[in-house]
Design a protein around this ligand. Structure first.
Ligand code: CP
Length: 332
């Protein structure tokens, strides 16, 4: 168990060791138990987390906001338009000011360059900066996913077959970040990861390399297929979530959406769930495009754990804040 993490950023899972991530899991379980028992845990009394959202959110915003309230602190919701960020105030000036008032800042910016923007913020920050999802990673979601898998499989992760499959969600181009975080994190915990997508929907090559290296280092495995049925065969965890063909078309939304719609039928239904292991679970970070990414029968069915995953956003984000927020003002 790792202590001494006050002030640490959380921009990418890879920046934290397995021991640090396991600590977050343990703290989350402890906080979840206290939540279940109705015990107050106001360890962040009078502390403020700023939440700068370039885009909309249901789960991430409310997990941070409810989480800090339950820990005795306060959340301040910010947008570019509602701050001078929208007028081009630099990350350096923005964080120098926020660092003198609050104890942490989270940023969601999934546009191309979003990660660079928050990394620049972190460079000048004396308070922790949290990635609330960018164009490359979604680390607070994978922490909730990991906790959910641990709960459902009694902490026995080694050798579990984890499938992350693309879906035909074609109303807009979703970022690569969810799939990229999953393929790099799950092999670190001994899982055999299969990534499935049609040709043209590849992830970033350096991320695929990281997934392979993690599998080799930690004894998991990583492979890529272009067929959803093949990916579901024998899977213990079927995680199905769309993303845009960004490596093929860049930010050309019109062509990207056309390409998604040229690949219909990548949808999780009961037949595909039955291809998995007898205890297989269905996961999705949500919002799920019902009827396109997944049938109602699966999403609301007994194998679905999507609402547990969503609840675990709260407990894991509380753990993140509890571990990293503190009085960093004295050492600026
Ligand atoms: N899964 C997730 O990040 O949901 P929101 O976009 O609602 O925050």
């Amino acid at each position: 168990m790792q202590t001494g993490m006050i002030g640490r950023h959380f921009l990418c899972e890879q920046d934290w060791t397995n021991e640090e991530i396991e600590t977050l899991m343990e703290v989350a379980k402890e906080l979840k138990m206290r939540y279940l028992l109705g015990e107050p845990v106001d360890i962040l009394r009078n502390k403020t987390v700023f939440m700068l959202f370039f885009e909309e959110s249901t789960r991430t915003r409310n997990a941070f906001e409810c989480g800090i309230t339950q820990l005795g602190g306060h959340a301040n919701y910010l947008t570019p338009k509602g701050t001078q960020v929208g007028h081009g105030e630099t990350p350096e000036d923005t964080i120098q000011v926020l660092s003198r008032m609050g104890e942490a800042v989270g940023v969601r910016n999934t546009l191309v360059g979003g990660h660079d923007w928050m990394a620049e913020l972190a460079k000048y920050s004396s308070i922790p900066v949290y990635n609330m999802q960018c164009d490359i990673w979604h680390p607070t979601q994978t922490m909730a996913d990991l906790l959910t898998i641990k709960e459902k499989f009694h902490d026995e992760l080694r050798g579990r077959k984890f499938t992350i499959s693309w879906t035909s969600a074609g109303n807009y181009m979703r970022p690569l970040s969810m799939a990229q975080s999953l393929v790099t994190v799950m092999p670190r915990f001994g899982m055999d990861v299969t990534l499935a997508h049609p040709k043209g929907f590849e992830l970033q090559p350096e991320v695929l390399e990281m997934a392979r290296a993690n599998a080799e280092r930690y004894g998991g495995s990583f492979n890529i297929v272009n067929d959803m049925d093949e990916a579901c065969e024998g899977a213990d965890i079927i995680y199905a979530k769309g993303w845009g063909p960004i490596m093929t078309v860049g930010d050309d939304e019109k062509r990207g959406v056309e390409m998604i719609n040229e690949n219909p039928g990548w949808c999780i239904d009961s037949r595909r769930m039955a291809l998995g292991s007898k205890d297989a679970i269905y996961m999705h970070c949500m919002p799920a495009d019902r009827g396109v990414e997944v049938t109602d029968e699966v999403a609301s069915g007994p194998q679905s754990v999507i609402w547990d995953e969503a609840e675990n956003r709260l407990h894991t984000i509380k753990a993140l804040m509890a571990m990293t927020m503190g009085n960093t003002h004295a050492r600026r």
